[in-house]
Design a protein around this ligand. Structure first.
Ligand code: CUA
Length: 346
């Protein structure tokens, strides 16, 4: 009974309805991996069932009885030995050939097809997404066109991470000092058609990388080509000027409180640092703090007031002057101004 309960609990993680289910594969890479998984599962299931039936039959049929005599001793059986050498060879070949084929297929997008290159730079604990051919750099949420091969070059500025969008492709390790690569192609713009609004694909870091590892999330928005082009144009535009006195005050605080030591805002020559996420179009992102909360005034205010309240251990909480120097601590009106400014960066 305990086993059945455990089995149900574990298998409930496999429901395709879950936003991070690998059982709801979209696009050729995820489908190739899913196909391989299914093939291997069938093969090992058949082997498991045949072995188990044979074992149970043997145990029952040849069990010790009150009048059992010691069994006749034999040594060697050529037919059996040939059989249990050849059958595993066939099984391993049946596993190895599609595995190697799939590994080659998912290693790089097919030659000669259009592709879009995205450089992924992993940081403790957020994601930088750069489009070298488009001149776009963003953080924690990125867009790709539907039906286009997307090639990723993955790098880390600190420790091991792993890039994973379960519905689009399997994991790929991100290793300091080395560039790894992978690709995927999304076949739909909506990750969850059961909701009225278009949904993004959920991704997250899949390698333990420190205290906030589980909060190192991201979103992938899949767009029709014209939507994607419009997004790129928007991303390339410079940051909006503050449009209220409150936002203007927030911008001044952004400069004087030291936010510019880590964050860049395109079009602001005094905000060019790249240690933290680029905030040029922060207000147009759906989430904040690497995909952990909806990007709204309340969450942003809580985040700025005390980053540790949403996500423990960030560089911002540990090193930004406003959190370690009580003289520079943000007042309520400072928070109002910063929220107004940052949320206005559409
Ligand atoms: Cu990055 Cu776990």
């Amino acid at each position: 009974m305990v086993f059945v309960g455990l089995f149900v609990a574990v298998m409930s993680g496999c429901t395709p309805e879950h936003p991070q289910s690998t059982f709801d594969s979209h696009g050729p890479v995820a489908e190739a991996q899913m196909g391989l998984f299914n093939l291997l599962t069938w093969i090992v299931s058949v082997v498991f069932i045949l072995m188990t039936v044979g074992l149970l039959y043997t145990i029952f049929k040849f069990r010790a009885r009150p009048d059992s005599k010691p069994p006749t001793q034999t040594h060697g059986n050529t037919k059996l030995e040939i059989a249990w050498t050849i059958i595993p060879i066939i099984l391993l070949a049946a596993v190895a050939i599609p595995t190697v084929q799939t590994q080659f297929y998912i290693a790089a997008p097919p030659e000669g097809e259009d592709k879009l290159v995205v450089n992924v730079i992993a940081h403790q604990w957020w994601w930088e997404f750069d489009y070298p051919d488009l001149g776009v750099s963003t953080a924690n949420e990125f867009h790709v066109p539907v039906g286009t091969n997307i090639e990723f070059n993955l790098e880390s500025v600190d420790v091991l991470h792993s890039f994973w969008v379960p519905k689009l492709a399997g994991k790929m390790d991100i290793i300091p000092g080395k560039t790894t690569s992978m690709w995927f192609k999304a076949d739909t713009v909506d990750a969850d058609p059961s909701t009225p609004e278009k949904d993004s694909f959920y991704g997250q870091c899949a390698e333990f990388c420190g205290v906030a590892h589980s909060w190192m999330r991201f979103r992938v928005w899949v767009d029709e080509q014209d939507e994607f082009d419009a997004w790129v144009e928007h991303e390339k535009s410079l940051a909006q000027d503050p449009d209220t006195d409150l936002a203007e005050a927030g911008y001044k605080l952004f400069l004087t409180k030291g936010c510019v030591a880590c964050h860049s805002i395109n079009g602001r020559p005094d905000a060019v640092a790249v240690r933290g996420p680029n905030l040029t179009h922060f207000g147009s992102r759906g989430t904040l703090a690497a995909g952990i909360k909806p990007n709204d005034d309340m969450n942003l205010r809580a985040w700025l007031k005390d980053p540790n309240s949403l996500k423990t251990g960030t560089i911002m909480a540990n090193e930004a002057a406003v959190y370690i120097n009580p003289d520079l601590a943000l007042t309520d009106s400072d928070l109002d101004g910063l929220v107004a400014y940052l949320r206005g960066l559409k």
